[in-house]
Design a binder for this molecule. Structure first.
Ligand code: X5A
Ligand code: ZN
Length: 493
């Protein structure tokens, strides 16, 4: 099955150091209690157990210099974090209270420097061509941290620093950051909101701004500022329970058209797995295979130069499995549609095996497409084939959801889009598997997640299934639904 690949330009780097497992919560704080050292150690153990770590080029970490850190953070903030090395538990606790959802440990400074250094090592190896792609397993995570603030378990912004490093020290001009963590990486967004050389994409649990970090700036209509307009892409999830089909749909209908048009020289993934099934923060339902699909869909970009950097992920079993499937795809193993039986589904597809995106997901997709149509030609097609599947289906006399006529200026783009996106409909049905307890390779999922088997389709899901089932979707002409928020969009579908 798996072919070994020699190290070299085609190889996959893995960067990990157990020293990053040293930082841990020293006091009682329910919000921070989930960010545990085992996130790293048990994930790495699983990679070794699967033989995946052994197939990678294992690169050493280094500690980032203060100069590296100051690519994104202020010298004053770096000095504050540096000062934690010699603080007492009480002093650490007091400092942590100045920030939102943060803890410090005497090892925080060296670990956080190592997390940045590991990310920079990975970027250097990929950009110089020493390896083809790779993954860095790091703690603390980074995407919430800001110029002058720790936030959401994050101390230094590993990925933002890496992007700045790639620009300044390798001269790259176009970097794509894909943040599939379930929280909005507002730290990355703020670092690049004015910068057209960094395209930042994030999806996140939002629930109409009621989910942490509860920011207005996480909504779909926040698109960047000044020269950076159009280079910030936010996809809010306004409901929990999103599945593989929702994630893949957002890639097909939002991220990939923009990413292909942007034509990045490097792809950085803020690879948080709190968006995976079983995670207590995300409460989503994407299975580990989904991350293989997502990774695979990114590989045609930037000639495969992809660096995945761990962010969140708090359900240890799911986290480890999701990382395995990401790394396996980076190693070049096929995204195997036949892996479902190994997930222990004795009686076949269940409710989770559902190819249709949720109504709420389609709404977010429409809204972000409408918000970005002025900035991206690839969103201004009409009836251009597979890329405009269900969310933009217009029916015979239906109104244009985007309200923007095609400008026909996309010459070279359509063939490329067609090539990358014309997956046979079945492929949307693929990344959806259900683990049952005690299955050898599956997760031990909480019972609540297993009760869905056999539950019939919800009304709005049924409404999306056309004659052909799966992706042969049509909007029912009589189907009426309100709630589309984009200006100019019609509420009758
Ligand atoms: C990196 C990450 C989450 C913070 C949640 C605070 N942070 N409630 O996933
Ligand atoms: Zn997260």
């Amino acid at each position: 099955m798996a072919k070994n690949r020699p190290p070299g330009p085609q190889g996959t780097a893995l960067i990990y150091d157990k020293d990053m497992a040293r930082v841990r919560l020293l006091w009682d704080d329910p919000e921070c209690a989930i960010e545990v050292p085992e996130r790293l150690t048990s994930t790495y153990a699983r990679l070794c157990h699967r033989g995946l770590a052994q197939r990678c080029v294992q690169l050493p970490v280094r500690e980032a210099t203060e100069e590296d850190l100051e690519l994104v953070h202020s010298p004053e903030y770096v000095a504050v974090v540096k000062g934690t090395q010699t603080m007492s538990r009480e002093q650490l606790h007091t400092l942590a209270q100045q920030y939102d959802a943060v803890y410090f440990h005497p090892s925080t400074f060296p670990c956080a420097r190592m997390a940045v250094g590991a990310t920079l090592q990975l970027v250097d190896a990929v950009v110089t061509g020493a390896v083809g792609n790779g993954m860095a397993l790091v703690r603390p995570p980074g995407h919430h941290s800001q110029r002058d603030a720790a936030n959401g378990f994050c101390v230094f912004n590993n990925v933002a620093i890496a992007a700045e490093h790639a620009k300044r020290r390798h001269g790259l001009q176009r970097i794509l950051i894909v943040d599939w963590d379930i929280h909005h990486g507002q730290g990355i967004q703020r670092a690049f909101e004015n910068d057209p050389s960094v395209l930042y994409f994030s999806w996140h649990r939002y629930e109409h701004q009621s989910f942490w970090p509860r920011l207005r700036e996480s909504d779909y209509d926040v698109v960047g500022q000044g020269p950076g307009r159009g280079f910030t892409v936010n996809v809010p999830w306004n409901k929990v329970g999103m599945r593989n089909a929702d994630y893949v749909s957002v890639f097909l209908h939002v991220l990939l058209p923009l990413a292909i048009e942007f034509d990045p020289e490097l792809v950085l993934v803020s690879a948080g797995y709190d968006s995976g099934i079983g995670d207590p923060e995300g409460e989503m339902k994407a299975t580990p295979e989904c991350f293989a699909h997502l990774t695979f869909l990114l590989l045609p970009l930037a000639r495969g130069r992809l660096c995945a950097v761990l962010e969140g992920g708090y359900y240890l079993q799911s986290l480890a499995e999701c990382v395995c499937l990401t790394l396996q795809t980076l190693l070049g193993d096929p995204v195997d549609l036949g892996t479902f039986p190994s997930w222990g589904i004795p009686e076949g597809p269940s409710c989770l095996f559902n190819p249709c995106p949720h109504c709420s997901a389609l709404e977010s997709i429409q809204n972000v497409r409408a918000a970005h149509a002025p900035h991206w030609a690839s969103l201004r097609h009409e009836n251009s084939g597979p890329v405009l599947t269900p969310s933009t289906w217009q029916g015979d006399a239906g109104p244009s959801l985007l309200g923007t006529p095609s400008t026909g200026t996309t010459d070279g783009l359509k063939p490329l889009l067609d090539k990358v996106l014309s997956c046979p409909p079945r492929s949307l049905c693929t990344g959806i598997g259900l683990a049952v307890p005690d299955s050898a390779s599956g997760l031990n999922l909480p019972p609540a997640l297993l009760q869905e088997k056999g539950v019939p389709l919800r009304e709005e899901e049924e409404a999306l299934i056309g004659d052909e089932g799966t992706l042969g979707w049509r909007w029912r002409s009589k189907q009426t639904r309100s709630g589309f928020l984009c200006p100019g969009a019609h509420t009758d579908l």
